[in-house]
Design a protein around this ligand. Structure first.
Ligand SMILES: C[S@@+](CC[C@H](N)C(=O)[O-])C[C@H]1O[C@@H](n2cnc3c(N)ncnc32)[C@H](O)[C@@H]1O
Length: 210
């Protein structure tokens, strides 16, 4: 369920639209240009904009209309034709298997565990047989970035349970020093129906935002 408090957050403070280098590199190495990407909880478009400019067809979905408006207003160039935005609760989505890649950049931790697990199961049905799901979520955050009840950190047991039905996956737990040198810890999961040539570990040293 989409928590309308996200509207207040997106209305009251700017959200970084600088893309996550590691996540985008993994996506770019996993699927060819021109592929279809679904960005779940795209926010102000940090990943969606970058990937659209890398010639992917991107569908960005976010429950917050303010976030999507902020995305549009932040663009100093023409809105890319290959980027589509939809305001919706991610739990209300339904698609045929059309996406080459689905990304989740810090959405999962804002959903209760059962909902997150259900969403990841649905993602599998929206991917092509060659499709890849790339997920990046903090497993801890300094207090001031947690937004109170919005965060729901998943444990190793949670993550292991979530990825277990995927034929092939890589799960990594990593620490990164961003946000004023405070240590953040992340879960990375890259999942697919096929064997993946790209390893998240190849990029781990570069985690962070440019
Ligand atoms: C931590 S932000 C991440 C935004 C973006 N992915 C990024 O990397 O900057 C989480 C986003 O998920 C959206 N969101 C949270 N719950 C949602 C839901 N149930 N349906 C759709 N969007 C949701 C919020 O509005 C917010 O923009």
């Amino acid at each position: 369920m989409f928590d309308p408090k996200w509207e207040d957050i997106h209305n009251s403070r700017p959200w970084s639209n600088v893309h996550n280098i590691t996540l985008c590199k993994v996506v770019e190495a996993s699927i060819p240009k021109g592929g279809k990407i679904l960005d779940l909880g795209c926010g102000v478009g940090a990943q969606a904009i970058h990937l659209a400019f890398q010639d992917y067809h991107v569908l960005g979905v976010d429950g917050s209309i303010s976030a999507l408006n902020n995305l549009k207003q932040s663009l100093i160039v023409e809105f890319p034709k290959n980027l589509t935005l939809v305001a919706a609760d991610v739990m209300n989505l339904d698609y045929p298997p059309i996406f080459d890649c689905v990304i989740d950049a810090a959405l999962l931790l804002h959903l209760p565990y059962d909902m997150g697990r259900e969403l990841v199961q649905r993602v599998k049905r929206w991917l092509t047989p060659e499709g890849v799901f790339v997920s990046f979520n903090p497993r801890s955050i300094p207090e001031k970035y947690t937004y109170g009840q919005f965060t729901n950190f998943y444990t190793l047991e949670h993550m292991t349970e979530i990825v277990k039905s995927w034929r092939c996956y890589e799960l990594a737990s990593i620490d990164s020093e961003i946000m004023s040198k405070e240590v953040l810890s992340y879960w990375w999961a890259q999942m697919s129906h096929r064997s993946l040539k790209v390893s998240i570990n190849d990029y781990i040293g570069k985690v962070g935002r440019e």
